[in-house]
Design a protein around this ligand. Structure first.
Ligand code: MEV
Length: 335
């Protein structure tokens, strides 16, 4: 048996990063199998891993307020399961069932995200970790296989979700997505002309998804019709991206927002920022994500600074992020 020192000397270290996401069209209906359009953003989460030579899983994640976290291999997935480690730990447990290993791993994470803004750090950490882990053990997966590994963990942890955020973290760019990655089409767009405004209110996605589920139980016909109408918008938006028709994209965003309001997921704060951006000349705007707070997006008419000022004056915080970012990638590996 190798000594601990020998193991550390020969250790293989893999580092992978994955981007966050911004939902553009089709939130909520995508949970029920309809398509959506999502873009990856330039906020990345990086995961480093190496074998630690012990029968234990250890993690250091300062951005997630987790220090010297440790679990024996047989306790993987058992409580306590702090928020910051849940996705990684469950994925690791599932991975080991399929690919048993003798030694545990040490994981560190580095986060460019600000948690509050809802850009999908959970999906990014899950995807970056899965990519690093499979690379460490020389397992080559297609994007779809990587998706399935990550989606299984996310559903085990949070019970709901369409997986659009995982797809954005894996494929990157701007994609037309049908759950669960049954269809993923790259839209090959340039950097999008978007202004992103944060309401200052943190929303909890699973809670809002469950709220829509309960409305759908009570009023199935109404909600199905809303989802059908959103789907028509998503398909038109797919073509508008291909045609690079920014004005039409803005109009479609406003139409999508009307339907999200009917679903009851918009808020006074979101509506205020959306209205302010429209008054400042944006082509159209909508909430992005689950609603209940978080962010709105406005399609700019070319004069971004006017729209940014209007959002700022209306009490929002303008977030300067780049869209269409690359998907998961290996940053370094000494294998
Ligand atoms: C949340 O950002 C988007 C939702 O459609 C949920 C999901 O797709 O998992 C509301």
């Amino acid at each position: 048996m190798e000594s601990f020192i020998e193991i550390m000397k020969n250790k293989k270290i893999v580092s992978a990063s994955a981007p966050g996401k911004l939902m553009l069209f089709g939130e909520h209906s995508v949970v029920y199998g309809h398509p959506c359009i999502v873009t990856a953003v330039d906020q990345r989460l990086t995961v480093n891993i190496h074998e630690n030579g012990e029968d234990v899983f250890t993690l250091e994640a300062p951005d997630l307020q987790l220090h010297a976290y440790a679990k024996t291999m047989e306790d993987l997935g058992k409580k306590p399961l702090p928020k910051g480690v849940r996705f990684i730990e469950i994925l690791y447990k599932n991975f080991l069932k399929k690919h048993p290993q003798e030694r545990g791993i040490h994981v560190t994470t580095r986060n460019e995200f600000n948690h509050t803004f809802g850009f999908g750090s959970s999906s990014a950490v899950t995807v970056a970790f899965a990519k690093a882990l499979t690379t460490l053990y020389d397992i080559t997966l297609t994007n779809k296989d990587l998706f399935d590994l990550c989606y299984e963990a996310v559903i085990e942890v949070q019970g709901v979700g369409s997986g659009f955020d995982i797809a954005a973290a894996i494929w990157g760019g701007t994609i037309f997505y049908v759950p669960a990655a049954e269809e993923v089409i790259q839209l090959n767009v340039e950097e999008l002309p978007l202004v992103v405004g944060y309401t200052g209110i943190k929303a909890d996605t699973p809670t809002i998804v469950r709220m829509v589920a309960s409305l759908k139980n009570r009023e199935p016909d109404k909600v199905e019709q809303i989802f059908e109408n959103i789907t028509v918008i998503v398909k038109k938006a797919q073509q508008a991206f291909i045609d690079d028709d920014k004005q039409f994209l803005g109009n479609l965003a406003s139409n999508n927002q009307d339907l999200l309001r009917e679903l009851g997921v918009s808020t006074k704060e979101l509506d205020n920022l959306i209205k302010a951006s429209e008054q400042a000349g944006s082509y159209g705007a909508k909430l992005s994500g689950a609603g209940g707070g978080d962010c709105m997006i406005a399609f700019s008419n070319g004069n971004k600074s006017n729209i940014e000022k209007a959002i700022d004056d209306a009490g929002g915080k303008v977030l300067h992020i780049k869209t269409n970012a690359p998907g998961v990638r290996i940053e370094s590996s000494n294998k």
